[in-house]
Design a protein. Structure first.
Length: 157
């Protein structure tokens, strides 16, 4: 009798351990996805299911597919939110924000207008600026025109 009880408990423990292991492997693979960046999302105007008007405690991971921002949330990053973005409202704001914990001291915030007329703010570490702006390159922090970035040609006989 006791052996049967221990066997049942052992199976349950192995199932829980297996589920946690699978969740961690999925989370790690999502973090390693090319173009994925850590972020936090809040709603500035309108309403959006799954997001609030305050910065969340836990970070999410996001990546761009054309003009759609895909945000993965949850412990194992299995909840996906697809946000169809109409435009970036301005360039990345790099004002210090103590409420953006775990994104670094120079975290940037980019406000985005969605196709449904909602407005969200996406906060990300300074190291993820190029990934944060996605298809809206002019919204990058202190954007420099392309002509200014091209080095002058070495010439002359």
């Amino acid at each position: 009798m006791i052996w049967a009880l221990l066997a049942l408990l052992g199976v349950a423990i192995w199932l829980v351990a297996g589920a946690l292991g699978a969740a961690l492997v999925h989370r790690r693979s999502m973090k390693a996805t090319p173009g994925a960046f850590r972020c936090k999302v809040r709603v500035l105007a309108g309403s959006l299911p799954g997001f609030g008007d305050r910065w969340p405690r836990r970070s999410s991971y996001a990546f761009w597919v054309h003009d759609v921002l895909i945000v993965r949330t949850g412990l194992a990053l299995v909840r996906s939110r697809l946000l169809a973005v109409a435009s970036a409202l301005r360039e990345i704001d790099d004002q210090p924000r103590p409420e953006l914990k775990r994104l670094g001291p120079n975290a940037g915030v980019l406000p985005l207008a969605l196709d449904d007329a909602s407005v969200i703010a996406v906060g990300a570490p300074a190291s993820a600026d190029e990934l944060l702006v996605g298809p809206y390159l002019l919204a990058e922090r202190h954007a420099v025109p392309a002509s200014a970035r091209v080095p002058p040609e070495k010439g002359g006989p």
